[in-house]
Design a protein around this ligand. Structure first.
Ligand SMILES: *Cc1c(COP(=O)(O)O)cnc(C)c1O
Length: 393
C-alpha cells in the first residue's frame, strides 16, 4: 500500500481535494505551509511529545482482555484510548492542532462536535493554552450528550447550538465552516476527524498515527510479530486512520466498523463505505450517503460520534484498494457489546467503540483462536443515559 498519500494536491487516489469557497483557499494554503514547517521543527515535536506523555498520558496501554477473550473464543487485545486524558483519542489531534494554531499565531479557536468528545478535547487544549474557544454542536446532540456540554462550558468554551438540517454533526461542521469563512484571519478551525478539505485529512492522520505506532511496538513486545486482525470503529475515521495507517504497509487484515443504525429501520445507515457512493461533501471528494441527485441523506446512529453521512478520503482510498474491509454493526449489537465488555472486563466503552467490539462478538466464529486488536477509542461515561435507556433518541 502506498504510504505517501495524499499527493501535493491533497488527493488519496481519486479522493480528497479542496472543494471550498474562494476565501478559504488561501487560509488552507497557509495551514499546509505551517504544517510542513511544524513537522520539521524539533522544538514543536519536543513540545508535542512532552504534552502527549505528561499531560495526556501516552503511551496508552495495550491490554489483553482475558475474561472477554475466553467468553468469545478470540484472543483480544484492547488499545486503551479510553484512558487518554478527557476519555477518547480526540486529544491526540487537538494537542497537535493547538500547537499548530500557536505556531500560526491564531488567537481564536473554533471546532465542531458530535458526541461532544472533540468539543471537550478542544475546550481542554484552549484552557491549557489560554485561547478563546467556540464549539458548534447540533441541538439533537446537545440533548443526548448533556454531560459533555457541561464539561465544555466549565472549561470556558462557548457552545453554539446548531438548529439547521438534522441538527447533528454534519450541520455543526457547516456552521463551523461558515464561521471560518468570516474569521480565518485570526481563527484556526480545529477539525475533529480525517475529513474536510486538504490538508485536514493528512494533518489529523499525522496527529493520530501515534495510536498505531505504539500498538505495533506493544504487540511485538507482548506476543512477537503482528496481530491476526485489527478492528476500529469509523465515524469520520480518525481513530481508525490513526490505528490503521502504520499497519497499512503490512498485510495484517484491517476492519473498519461503521454504524448500522437501528436494526428495525432499514433506512438508517451511517454505513458510508458499504452503502454510499463517491461525491463531494464538506470540502472533499469521498464516499457519502446521498440520493440520486447528490443530496446528502439523513443518517441515524445510537452514537452521536458515528452519526455522519461521509467519511475521510483516505478510507475511501483504502476501500477501493481493498486494503481495509469495511463492515457494520447495528445499534442493538453495539449496546449489547457495551454491556458485555463492562461485565467481563470492568471497562465501560464509548458507544462508538462498542461498534467495533460488537462486530467482533457477532463474527467471533470467523476469528476463533486468533489474536486480534480492537481500538477502544473512548470511554462510555458520556453515554450512560443512553446505555441505561434514560435518554430517548
Ligand atoms: C469521535 C469519536 C469517534 C468517531 O470519530 P472518528 O473520527 O471516526 O474516530 C469514535 N469513538 C469515540 C470515542 C469518539 O469520541
Amino acid at each position: 500500500m502506498n504510504k505517501t498519500v495524499p499527493d501535493s494536491r491533497g488527493y488519496f487516489g481519486e479522493y480528497g481535494g479542496k472543494f471550498v469557497p474562494e476565501t478559504l483557499v488561501n487560509v488552507l494554503h497557509e495551514l499546509e505551509d505551517a504544517f510542513e514547517r511544524f513537522q520539521k521543527s524539533d522544538d514543536a515535536h519536543e513540545e508535542l511529545s512532552a504534552l502527549l506523555k505528561n499531560y495526556a498520558g501516552r503511551p496508552t496501554p495495550l491490554y489483553f482482555a482475558k475474561r472477554f477473550s475466553e467468553k468469545i473464543g478470540v484472543r483480544v487485545y484492547l488499545k486503551r484510548e479510553d484512558l487518554l486524558h478527557t476519555g477518547a483519542h480526540k486529544l491526540n489531534n487537538t494537542l497537535g492542532q493547538i500547537l499548530l494554531a500557536k505556531f500560526m499565531n491564531k488567537k481564536r479557536i473554533i471546532a465542531e462536535t458530535g458526541a461532544g468528545q472533540h468539543g471537550v478535547a478542544t475546550a481542554t487544549v484552549c484552557a491549557l493554552m489560554g485561547l478563546e474557544c467556540v464549539v458548534y454542536m447540533g441541538e439533537v446532540d446537545i440533548e443526548r450528550q448533556a454531560t459533555n456540554v457541561k464539561r465544555m462550558k466549565l472549561l470556558g468554551a462557548t457552545v453554539i447550538p446548531v438548529v439547521s438540517g438534522s441538527r447533528t454533526l454534519k450541520d455543526a461542521v457547516n456552521a463551523a465552516l461558515r464561521d471560518w469563512v468570516k474569521s480565518c484571519q485570526n481563527t484556526h478551525y480545529i477539525l475533529g476527524s480525517v475529513t474536510g478539505p486538504h490538508p485536514f485529512p493528512r494533518i489529523v492522520r499525522e496527529f493520530q498515527k501515534v495510536i498505531g505506532e505504539e500498538t505495533i511496538g506493544q504487540f511485538k513486545e507482548a506476543e512477537g510479530g503482528l496481530p491476526d486482525a485489527v478492528f476500529a470503529c469509523v465515524g469520520g475515521g480518525s481513530n481508525a486512520a490513526g490505528m490503521f495507517y502504520p499497519f497499512s504497509s503490512t498485510d495484517v487484515p484491517l476492519y473498519g466498523v461503521e454504524a448500522g443504525g437501528r436494526s428495525h429501520k432499514p433506512g438508517d445507515h451511517c454505513e458510508t463505505l458499504t452503502q454510499g457512493s463517491p461525491g463531494i461533501f464538506q470540502g472533499a471528494r469521498s464516499y457519502l450517503i446521498q440520493d440520486e441527485f447528490g443530496q446528502v441523506l439523513p443518517v441515524h446512529s445510537v452514537s452521536a460520534g458515528l452519526d455522519y453521512p461521509s467519511v475521510g478520503p483516505e478510507h475511501s482510498y483504502w476501500k477501493d484498494a481493498n486494503r481495509v474491509t469495511y463492515v457494520s454493526c447495528n445499534d442493538e449489537e453495539a449496546l449489547a457489546a457495551c454491556h458485555t465488555l463492562t461485565r467481563y472486563e470492568g471497562i465501560l466503552p464509548a458507544l462508538e467503540s462498542s461498534h467495533a467490539v460488537g462486530y467482533l462478538i457477532e463474527h467471533a466464529a470467523d476469528f476463533a483462536g486468533k489474536t486480534v486488536i480492537v481500538n477502544l477509542s473512548g470511554r462510555g461515561d458520556k453515554d450512560l443515559g443512553i446505555i441505561l435507556g434514560e435518554v430517548k433518541l
